[in-house]
Design a protein around this ligand. Structure first.
Ligand SMILES: [Mg+2]
Length: 310
């Protein structure tokens, strides 16, 4: 699981002076930062929405909407809210600085730029951005296993259903449950139970790149498999089933643990909704348990086949 986005940090400079853009590009060219330019407040906001920059350099004095208003609008949009903003001010006007900081500016640079200072302030803003991003991601992780948590699962499944519909690609979901987990906790204690959950999570996390492993709750886990048919997902589930079974448990060499798996794809879910997909996988998981556990069951198709052409 990659928690930090791989792209080079993106800086957006919003300033009505062409000269400033040329200067920034020349002075920051060895910094491994992608530099983007906007020449007005409105253009800057528009670019920020699609670019999602990691730091914004923002001029205060601009025709049209000024830097203060741009900052106010950035702070009002949830997606742009956390991007650190460094104000560019022409002279060290204390009132401007106070007003900017009150509005939530991260920092200031004063024209003309001191190169070393400018770089240091940009680096500091990027560190803050990185920390905010790590905190946001940590809030979506399960504390014990390090997998994505239930809240993230729901949000991501919704996105992947939409992607699958938009691009007409397949999408599958595996729901799995450790067999007789309650007995493990009762017999060997909760610390060992937690260890089992961690080991199982590790198997899920070490799977194919692009699959999304989540802890659904308790000893239930889900794996979202974008661009994967139900047959392929069934094979992924069966490999996991074999791996769980072959784990050797330290201190308990006699112990064999198993897991059951329910698999569906969007088509067999019958409707492109989170509820339908989860229900289909859950029913298949229930069937696997009923059949004697330690097995994989695929969801049954719902109703007549969907017509792809009129
Ligand atoms: Mg200006």
């Amino acid at each position: 699981m990659h928690l930090i986005e791989p792209h080079e940090p993106r800086l957006l400079a919003i300033d009505d002076s062409e000269l400033i853009h040329r200067l920034l590009k020349a002075r920051l060219k060895h910094e491994h930062i992608e530099i983007h330019s906007a020449c007005s407040g409105l253009q800057g906001l528009e670019i920020a929405r699609t670019l999602m920059p990691d730091v914004i350099l923002l001029d205060i004095d601009m025709p049209g909407i000024d830097g203060f208003e741009v900052l106010r609008r950035l702070r009002a949009e949830p997606a742009l809210h956390d991007i650190p903003v460094i104000f560019i001010s022409s002279q060290s006007n204390t009132m401007d600085k106070v007003r900017g900081l009150d509005l939530g500016a991260h920092d200031f640079v004063t024209k003309p730029f001191d190169l070393t200072e400018l770089k240091a302030r940009v680096r500091s803003a990027l560190r803050v951005r990185q920390l905010i991003r790590m905190l946001a991601q940590r809030a979506q992780l399960d504390g014990l296993t390090g997998l994505w948590n239930h809240a993230y699962f729901t949000q991501r499944l919704e996105e992947e259903i939409a992607n699958s519909q938009r691009h007409e690609t397949s999408l599958s979901l595996i729901m799995c449950d450790l067999d007789r987990f309650k007995n493990i906790n009762d017999e060997f204690g909760h610390p060992f139970g937690d260890h089992v959950l961690e080991m199982f999570s590790q198997l899920l996390a070490d799977g194919r790149v692009g699959d999304i492993p989540c802890r659904y709750g308790g000893e239930e886990f889900t794996l979202i498999l974008p661009q994967t048919t139900i047959e392929e997902a069934g094979q992924v589930a069966d490999r996991l089933r074999e791996k769980v079974k072959s784990l050797v448990w330290e201190g308990h060499p006699e112990l064999t643990l198993t897991a059951s798996f329910g698999v569906t794809d969007l088509y067999r879910a019958g409707a492109p909704t989170i509820e339908a997909v989860v229900a289909a996988a859950d029913q298949a998981l229930y069937a696997a348990k009923q059949d004697g556990r330690d097995r994989v069951r695929l969801a049954e198709p719902k109703g007549p086949p969907m017509k792809l052409t009129a």
